[in-house]
Design a protein around this ligand. Sequence first.
Ligand SMILES: [Zn+2]
Length: 304
Amino acid sequence: MSENNYVKDFIVILDLEWNSGFCKELKRNFNEIIEIGAVKLDSNLNTVDTFSEIVMQKFNMKFNPWVQELTHISQWELNNAKENFKTVYKKFGDFLGDAVLMTWGSTDLSVLSDNCRVHFGTAKPLFVKKYCNLQTYCAKALEMYDSAKQMGLSACCEHLNIEVPEIPLHRAVNDAEVSAMCLKAVYNRDVLDSQTALTDDEFFRRMSFKPKYLRDLDNPLVDKSLIAMKCPVCGEKMRQASELKFHNRGFKGDFICDACGEKRTAMFIYKLCFDGVKFKKKFLKPVVQGEETKTGKAVRMIKK
Ligand SMILES: [Zn+2]
């Protein structure tokens, strides 16, 4: 058993639909939540309750036709919603109780955070105490986890041989129900506990942190001692033969091996993440002979 035995009682799988566009009142792009859907599961993963509400819009944003098509929520439904975000979300808070919140991917949580910022003045979503990313959970269970690429809900169903019922997807509560089917297929309580986090202030600071690439070599966060390459042919230390220049995501420079004559271009990447700087280095693929650079200068072929 894992130490943090969070999944004692209930799990709530939340799915949101939102309208996106430029918001004149906020003077920025905004994803305004239009629907909150959720299912509540007991410790045996039986559905014990569902939540489905359309949210009255606060801002005068054009209802994005793409969103209308995707969600099948009509302008009429939206215009006839009786309760605003604050009211609906407080009702959701009662529904959630002490349950572990799960969403498919982290986007729903980010959108929820931004809506809470706008409506309640706090980017920390109210009522949420424990959180587990269901998309990450399923991808890891399938041994298909890739931090750079999120697995879609339909793709996950396919991998798990789950036949999606004849219900329209992208309606919040239906998506939550299908997500619950995926969870049931790969459920392991200890694993789920280990991937469940307390949603304290640090959790949301971490969530809203945007990683960035360091582009200034003189930045004290750039550890220059890491700039070194070993020759891929003979293993000797290579000599730096050109100044490093920032290009794309990292610093690029030429290296020469004095032992065997090998010439290569290398890239050093410093990515500032919440936990500190992540460093990566690699050789770039050799340029093919005769290929022209943007400046029109022919590039010498780099010996293999
Ligand atoms: Zn060499």
